[in-house]
Design a protein around this ligand. Structure first.
Ligand code: GTP
Ligand code: MG
Length: 154
């Protein structure tokens, strides 16, 4: 059975302003993932710069930080088997135009710079834990059981 783990996800300002929080949360809930933390915040610029630090030398960095700080985001932690990789599968490609139908970006977005959602990168080991720590205190991560876990996992 796949390892249970936690991953960081956030609905970006475009997704929040377009009223897509509920749609996105529903997809993860229905998949069987468990919400263990969530908060509605405006990201301070220094946090945004740290979060996207891997891109600081890229030409799109300033625009990316401007955008992610341009309005509220809904930050979350989701838990489940192989969660980081499974969430990225559900999110789709970085560019919504290249994302298959059925993925969040493929169904809900059109443009690379307005791609609705962020999720930790399963190809960057440790990014999930690093991002969770950046956005949440330990006390904000809530442990509980989903009664349907017995049906979701063998
Ligand atoms: P995140 O979940 O937001 O981290 O996206 P990602 O992991 O799919 O892509 P990546 O981390 O490589 O890039 C971070 C964000 O920068 C993307 O979500 C895009 O919005 C933006 N971005 C990435 N590449 C480009 C680019 O070539 N041009 C522009 N304008 N934006 C880009
Ligand atoms: Mg990324």
């Amino acid at each position: 059975m796949s390892e249970r783990e936690r991953t960081f996800v956030m609905v970006k300002p475009d997704g929040v302003k377009r009223g897509l929080i509920g749609e996105i949360v529903s997809r993860f809930e229905e998949r069987g993932l468990k919400l263990v933390a969530g908060k509605f915040i405006e990201i301070p610029r220094d946090l945004a710069e740290e979060h996207y630090g891997e891109h600081e030398d890229k030409p799109f960095f300033e625009g990316l930080v401007d955008f992610i700080t341009s309005g509220p985001v809904f930050a979350m932690v989701w838990e489940g088997g192989d969660a980081t990789r499974q969430v990225r599968h559900m999110v789709g490609e970085t560019d919504p135009a290249e994302s298959p139908a059925g993925t969040i970006r493929g169904d809900l977005g059109l443009d690379l710079g307005r791609n609705v959602i962020h999720a930790s990168d399963h190809e960057d080991p440790g990014s999930n834990e690093r991002e969770i720590e950046l956005f949440f205190d330990e006390a904000e991560l809530i442990d509980y059981e989903r009664p349907d876990e017995a049906l979701l996992y063998e």
